[in-house]
Design a binder for this molecule. Structure first.
Ligand SMILES: NC(=O)c1ccc[n+]([C@@H]2O[C@H](COP(=O)([O-])OP(=O)(O)OC[C@H]3O[C@@H](n4cnc5c(N)ncnc54)[C@H](O)[C@@H]3O)[C@@H](O)[C@H]2O)c1
Length: 369
């Protein structure tokens, strides 16, 4: 979908500020009750660094007729913080159960009904606060409600901070297939709250790590090495923040060059043809498999590396190197089933054309084709 006039694409730059609070930050997972001083907003070509209780967000939101927030029930604490900063009343806040199973048309219709009842108009904005399943679903609802109203992402998972929350791909799962219905509709801005990583479960953190590594494998060999170092050691929010910033900037640059995925943007799908097929396959198992989206993508990237070697695109040894790196970062690397079992989903993948599966292959870290 072409964005409505007046909905500018989100853009970003980096900030040195991101690193400023690094030294005082404890390892992820250690809950200290300590508050971090800064949150970060990606808007109009700059990261603005905002004190959390600052009213700058309220200022930014002044141009909209009304502000609504839809949040993942699991991140209520951050939603309340945003509401307090942005001055959003309780009756304009909607909690939903997020997650892959809720990423469907029922949830979209519930959101649209609620927006209608709550009086959202063409000049309103909806803030989507949560992980990628929430931002994808809310973005989709916003993009079709009254032919599209403004929305902004406030991602709370690592995966959404570096990937799902940026780039304007919205969507839901349909008929057992991932992201089968969706639109291209850019968020007005993406506001990253690195402090939300404090409460993120380890498995979800690892899931986001895979997308972070993917982004650097695509375009930044130096940060790929740095990210492996950080993720295989003791990641802190301070160490993660510059990596999040760099990965978000790469994604944003690629998306700005090709917002509707007609060309270069498809490199962002590295590992995803296998990844989505693995997610489809495991949903058919009893009991269903437990690999997260990022974990499935990690396995998909290894498959891409193997294929790149087999086709002579990469030098021998690439797959082994990535396997060692990914394992050190706590990511899975082996397919949970045979490749044949994944075929039905791979041919239905949105990225396939004329029945041909389109793979993104790796020449070397930092370069893909
Ligand atoms: N639009 C895009 O460009 C794009 C790109 C990549 C992935 N995606 C989509 O993103 C989805 C995956 O997103 P995800 O990994 O963020 O999953 P998610 O939204 O399901 O979140 C994972 C879990 O973490 C919880 N959670 C979220 N933030 C938390 C926090 N700060 N503290 C504690 N718990 C928290 C959630 O409630 C959920 O249980 C997939 O559906 C995928 O298709 C979209």
């Amino acid at each position: 979908m072409v964005p409505e006039a007046g909905l500018e694409p989100a853009r970003l730059l980096r900030t040195q500020d991101f690193e400023s609070s690094a030294s005082t930050i404890p390892p992820l997972g250690q809950k200290t009750g300590q508050r971090y001083e800064k949150s970060h907003i990606i808007k109009e070509n700059k990261y603005l660094s905002l004190p959390i209780m600052d009213n700058s967000l309220a200022d930014i939101l002044k141009k909209y007729s009304s502000v609504f927030a839809i949040y993942d029930r699991n991140v209520e604490q951050y939603a309340l913080e945003v509401a307090s900063v942005a001055g959003i009343d309780g009756d304009r806040m909607m909690a939903i159960d997020a997650g892959e199973r809720a990423k469907n048309m029922d949830t979209v219709l519930r959101i649209c009904n609620w927006l209608l009842d709550a009086g959202a108009d063409r000049k309103s904005i909806v803030l989507a606060i949560g992980g990628g399943t929430l931002t994808d679903t809310v973005g989709f609802a916003a993009s079709i409600y009254k032919r599209g109203i403004a929305y902004a992402n406030i991602p709370t998972t690592l995966l959404a901070m570096v990937d799902a929350g940026i780039g304007g791909k919205t969507g839901i799962n349909f008929e057992d297939y991932k992201n089968m219905l969706g639109t291209f509709c850019q968020p007005e801005f993406t506001w990253v709250l690195p402090e939300a990583l404090q409460t993120l479960p380890e498995k979800e953190f690892r899931s986001g790590s895979a997308e972070l590594l993917k982004t650097f494998l695509i375009a930044d060999a130096k940060n790929y090495k740095k990210a492996v170092e950080v993720l295989s050691g003791t990641p802190t929010i301070g160490k993660m923040a510059p990596l999040i910033s760099a990965a978000a900037a790469i994604k944003e640059t690629i998306v700005n060059d090709d917002p509707f995925e007609q060309g270069r943007r498809r490199v962002l799908n590295l590992g995803h043809t296998w990844g989505h097929a693995i997610e489809w396959w495991q949903s058919k198992q009893t009991p269903a498999g437990t690999l997260s989206h990022g974990e499935a993508v990690a396995i998909g990237i290894i498959q891409a590396a193997r294929r790149s070697e087999a086709e002579g695109i990469a030098k021998k040894g690439l797959a082994d190197r990535l396997i060692a790196d990914f394992r050190a970062c706590g990511l899975p690397t082996e397919l949970p089933c045979s490749e044949e079992e994944l075929c039905p989903a791979m041919t239905k993948d949105k990225k396939s054309a004329d029945g041909q599966i389109q793979f993104v292959l790796i020449e070397k870290p930092g370069k893909v084709i």
